[in-house]
Structures are given as C-alpha cells and as structure tokens.
Design a protein around this ligand. Structure first.
Ligand SMILES: [Zn+2]
Ligand SMILES: [Zn+2]
Length: 410
C-alpha cells in the first residue's frame, strides 16, 4: 500500500501487548476499538470507522482502491478481541506474532529510504469521538479520551467536592463520565405513549429508572456492566500484570503516545579512541567531525566538535551518551544542541565487528539493537517548540558514520 496510506494506518492505532506478551494488539485512536495487529484489517477498519472519517474526510486512504474487499471487518462494534490473541479471525495476513519482533511500525524499507515528505495529517491531533458524534450503535462503547476529572465530582450526599480531594470520603476518585456518554449508555422510552414521564434503561444492566441525568451518571459509576466495558477499553488492562480492579488507576484512560518519524541525522566520526578499563567501566571516545540532518522541520549540518562517550558494560552491551551541535540551513542559522542517550546491544561477534571501522560497514542495522532517547535544546526563538520535545531514535553504527532516525514522541 502507498506510503501515505500506510502512515495513516499506523498512526491511527496504538499498539500494546496482550497479557501473554506474545501478541501485539492495536487500539483505534478514533473509536478505541481493540483488535489484533494486522495492517490490512486495520486499514479496512479505518475505511469504516465513522470517527476516523469525521476527523479525516480527505484522508489518502479513502482515495486508494481497496483491493481487498474480501476482507470483512466483521468485528467493528463487537467486543474487544480475546486476550490470548486468538480473537482475530484466521487469515493469511494474520502474522502479528512475527510483527511483534519489529521495534516500530515501519518496515525495513523505511529505514533505508530517506523519505522526508512532510505529511501534516500525521501530526494533526486525533479526533476524539463521543457517542454524540458517532453514529448510534446497539451497545455504545463509552468514549475514553483520557480527560481527567475536570468537573467536580458529585458525592452521594449531593454535596459537590472540589478537584484535588477526590479519592477520599464517599467519592470514588474516578473521572466524571461525560454527559454524552451518560446519554449513550441509556435507552429512553415512555411506558405509555401519552405519558409525560420518560424512563431510561441502562444498556449495560437493563436497570430501568426515571430519566435523570445525574442519577443516571451515578448509576454508571457503580454499574458492573458499564465499568467492565470501561476497564476493557484501557490498553493497560490487557497487559499480563494489571492493577487491582478496585484501584482507581485501573479505570483511568490515558492518551497513547505516537511515534512520528521526524528527522534523520548522519554524524561523521573520527576513529574510536579506546580509553580502556577502569573503575568507571570500559570507555571509548568517539569525536564528531561533521555531518548533516534533514527532516520534517528543516535541514542543516552537524558542526564538528560533538562527542560520543561509550561505556561497554559487557561484551554484548554498550551504553552511550552523546552531544552534537546542529546548525539549521536558515539564512540566519539557528544552533540546536542534540543530546543523545541510549544502548547498543547485540551478540558478541556482532559487537566486535562494529568496533572494526571496515567490518562495521557490512553489518546491517537489524543485526543489533541501537536505541536511544534524544532531546534538543535551543535558545533560538524560531525553534522553541523543539526544546520541549522528546524523541526515540534508532541508530546504525558504521565505520566512520553514525546514522540515527529520530521519531518524535507525540
Ligand atoms: Zn475506529
Ligand atoms: Zn447499568
């Protein structure tokens, strides 16, 4: 599938591992539905996901021929997949176990191609649906937008208590259920058509009561059926080890970070200086003689003088801390400090080849694991937004060059 479509599919789902830790599940960021990881099926889901369509009416995915109409996205609106990963209908594309070995959503082709075409859509804020904006379903799933209890929590006595004191007294400490969710959770009806009184039946336990929004909300806070579904929708509640269900933490929905490829950095280095073993570890020093970078928000050079301090703690693991100075290509260039920290791990034989300036060039980056975190610092007004960002990086160590792809964590 074309790159833009593939990016849209991957950035529209959050990945997490199921409780047996062997399978990867994904959750649609727009409707929160959980399913086994399978790109083809995920794409089929987006084509039918009302919340996704509402957020991205012009998405590239809608302009691509579907090609695989045979795949029936039959679990839309159905309960979450079973946690052992067997819930996904069997199919030739159902290879999520193998995909679980991939560190990111991108395949190898993405690591070797320098595709820096900005795609503003990927950086846009996901639309968070509520049942009010999504088409009605037989059993509406509560929307979990990660919003903390912004409103005051109602107590059993009718006294309202303020934020910050939740979790004590008669309050549950749980975030208040949005009004739209309360309405969606109840079916309204009149016992007799000429009645003035409207009744409301909870869709999760069939409990019937007179229509009264605040009482309906109170009911949902203790309705076992509704609370079960809320819990089910939280990815952390599918992990192998979980919080006790009475713990408030087990009922909080949090935003899922997204990784978006942001820029590639190539650092030209001098041969490694080996400082030898000491009580501080087995240290090596790698000096930067220059380089270049290019990505979504600009391109430029790496100034000479940065350095990378490495510490081999064993034959298979080396930690590193590096600082480089990036210069933008603007007419009046900005200077940005790039702070990198992470680990290079791999088999002993691979780690030895990486030490050799000639042999290192022939070791593919997927033969070892070179993963870093990165932060940028600048005093330049034009790039202030960079100073509060966080990046995850994947690296390749070559004889005279270190290359990183940095993914911004959004
Ligand atoms: Zn969806
Ligand atoms: Zn109920």
């Amino acid at each position: 599938m074309p790159r833009a479509v593939e990016d849209d599919v991957h950035s529209s789902f959050a990945e997490f591992r199921t409780e047996d830790a062997t399978c990867v599940s994904v959750q649609c960021r727009y409707c929160q539905q959980v399913r086994a990881k399978n790109t083809t099926r995920q794409r089929a889901h987006l084509l039918k996901c009302a919340a996704y369509r509402a957020a991205h009416p012009d998405a590239a995915i809608f302009h691509q021929p579907e090609g695989d109409d045979a795949i029936d996205d039959s679990i839309v609106g159905a309960p979450a997949i079973s946690h052992n990963g067997n819930g996904d209908p069997a199919g030739p594309e159902n290879s999520f176990t193998a995909q679980a070995q991939q560190p990111t959503n991108f395949d190898m082709a993405d690591h070797t191609a320098l595709g820096f075409t900005p795609n503003p859509r990927i950086n846009s804020t996901p639309f968070v649906p509520t049942p009010a904006s999504a088409p009605p379903m037989h059993h509406p799933r509560p929307s979990l937008d990660g919003t903390p209890a912004a409103k005051k929590q109602k107590m059993g006595t009718g006294v309202r208590k303020s934020i910050g004191t939740t979790g004590t007294g008669t309050g549950t400490g749980k975030p208040e259920i949005p009004l739209a969710d309360v309405h969606a959770a109840f079916e309204e009806f009149k016992v007799n058509p000429e009645d003035k009184t409207v009744s409301a039946r909870c869709r999760y336990c069939n409990n019937t009561r007179a229509k009264n929004t605040s009482r309906q909300r109170d009911h949902l806070m203790t309705c076992a059926g509704y609370q079960d579904i809320l819990r089910e929708r939280i990815p952390a509640n599918h992990l192998r080890y979980q919080f006790d269900e009475h713990d408030v933490a087990s009922s909080l929905a949090l935003p899922v970070p997204m990784l978006n490829l942001d820029f590639r950095l190539s650092i030209r280095v001098k041969p490694m200086l080996h400082l030898g073993e000491s009580k501080f570890g087995d240290k090596a020093w790698v000096s930067c003689v220059g380089g270049q970078w290019a990505g979504r928000w600009g391109k430029g050079v790496v100034l000479p003088g940065g350095q990378d301090e490495q510490n081999s703690v064993s034959e298979t693991a080396t930690s590193l801390k590096a600082k480089y100075l990036l210069q933008t290509g603007d007419d009046s260039p900005a200077l940005i400090i790039c702070n990198v920290q992470g680990w290079l791990t791999g088999d002993k034989e691979i780690m030895e080849r990486l030490q050799d300036p000639v042999k290192a060039d022939n070791v593919p980056a997927n033969r070892y694991k070179f993963r870093v975190t990165m932060q940028l610092e600048t005093s330049d007004e034009r790039y202030q937004e960079m100073s509060t960002g966080l990046w995850a990086g994947s690296g390749s160590r070559r004889g005279a060059e270190i290359v990183y792809d940095f993914y911004r964590i959004n």
